[in-house]
Design a protein around this ligand. Structure first.
Ligand code: SAH
Length: 216
């Protein structure tokens, strides 16, 4: 089966899984996922699977990318922050549905590869940098939407601070080896509204200083 035929099959699977937002489906159709996975996984690029991208990290399952993007309710008017660039795939999908994307990754090597893909695909509405995304974007601005693609035990406070009123934050919360819940937090004048969107499994969010340093 050609990659194109596999992509069509994947899009049908996504529709059956409840992805109805046509902007999200069009973005998945336009972004070549095979460019975001290692060459040995090219033929699996349109399977509904998470795949390894090196350094113990993974590119999320297409269905999870689609569900999170849909849940974000992002439009061409919105500026979005993503924490956990990884392969860059989720950021590339977001760049097709919103006005501007900021994405932050802690691993320099993954970021370098993701940035090469953004340049190759001419995704000019995307800004990326290395850093600890649990602190938000360093020149803390206000974002319409925030998406976190690694799991934290608790919602990082700086992310809620950098979210504008009326905006929402999608993130998996929970530890490794335990159940993680995908949450949508909406910032309203009355406070934070919390919705549970289902059970997920993500690699951990690693904040600066949270890893034990070895003496050797
Ligand atoms: N959105 C990615 C999924 C990557 S997996 C994609 O589409 O491919 C999650 C990523 O989060 C990993 O690359 C990991 O290195 C990164 N990460 C973990 N903790 C982080 C932190 N505190 N700040 C920024 N990135 C982090």
């Amino acid at each position: 089966m050609t990659l194109e035929a596999r992509k069509i099959r994947l899009l049908m699977q996504l529709r059956r899984a409840g992805i109805t937002d046509t902007a999200v489906l069009a973005a998945i159709e336009r972004v070549p996922r095979e460019r975001f996975v290692p060459p040995s996984f090219h033929d699996q690029a349109y399977e509904n699977l998470a795949l390894p991208i090196g350094l113990g990290q993974t590119i999320s399952q297409p269905e999870v990318v689609a569900l999170m993007t849909q849940a974000l309710e992002a439009t061409k008017q919105h500026t979005v922050l993503e924490v956990g660039t990884g392969s860059g795939y989720q950021a590339a999908v977001l760049s097709r549905v919103c006005r501007r994307v900021y994405t932050i990754e802690r691993h320099a090597e993954l970021l370098k590869q993701a940035e090469a893909r953004f340049a190759e695909l001419r995704l000019h509405n995307l800004t990326s940098r290395r850093g600890d995304g649990s602190r938000g974007w360093p020149e803390s601005q206000s974002f319409d939407r925030i998406i976190v693609t690694c799991a934290a035990e608790l919602t990082p406070e700086p992310l809620l601070e950098q979210l504008r009123e009326g905006g929402c934050l999608i993130l998996p919360v929970g530890g490794q080896g335990r159940t993680q819940e995908l949450l949508r937090l909406r910032k309203t004048s009355a406070g934070i509204e919390r919705e549970e969107l289902g059970v997920v499994r993500f690699v951990p969010l690693v904040a600066d200083g949270s890893e034990r340093r070895s003496a050797g």
